[in-house]
Write a protein that binds this ligand. Sequence first.
Ligand SMILES: [Zn+2]
Length: 274
Amino acid sequence: MIRVKKTRRVPAALQTADVTAALHALEAGYDAAPAACRAPRNQLLHVPATLYNIPAIKARLIADQKEKCCYCEGKLLHIGYGDVEHYRPKNGFKQSPTTKLEKPGYYWLAYQWTNLLFTCKRCNGGHKRNYFPLANHPAGRAYCHHDDLGQEQPLLLHPVLDNPADHIRFRRAVAVGKTARGRATITICGLNRKHTLERRRTHLAHMESHDLMADKDITTMSATDLAREIAKCGTAQALVRRILQARAIRDQAALDSAEYAGMVRANFPLLPQR
Ligand SMILES: [Zn+2]
């Protein structure tokens, strides 16, 4: 997980009369029957996906996030479409995975640009779901559009508003919390789940191999080492190409656009990051 620089300008698709009307309907719906909206399992403030889960919004999020899930940093577009996800869940929330879903969700943020992110299905649908714990639940919780969201102390890191590197470090490929928020985020999103961890381990092994090759200098190598490296690559020209290729790969591995850049930055702190 790395910090995401999101376009500040709100997409036009979120500033339409339909979106304004839908938001007003949700807020009026709550004001008309607050107790009913808080009842378990009610569907009174259900938010349909038709106004936010649309190509114009999704394309902006995907571009801002360099085609990566904002939580696990997996590049997923070659195998799936990904989700437009709500940081604060729109239809209901849970303080812990074992407690019941509380209603309503953050309906008033359903169409708010800062609350929308692009994620993979494993982070969003498999792990996070409606889980949105606060360090100060229930006292600090905003339950409706009249409450002060600024009082909330979310445990889940926000990829745009927080710097994940302040909260999550890596022990090689394993994400480790530096703070309570970092630990919570790893748990909420399943950042050390089996297959993601395997991918990061493989990526790290490749990076270490490229790093070794990138550091080779044929002008200072012993004759024996040079002969061995040339034998591995076939020709001297191929060896030079391989070294240059390794340097190019290494130079791009910690950029915002790189898969698992957070882990790479932690393991190779001197690489260019933007
Ligand atoms: Zn993910």
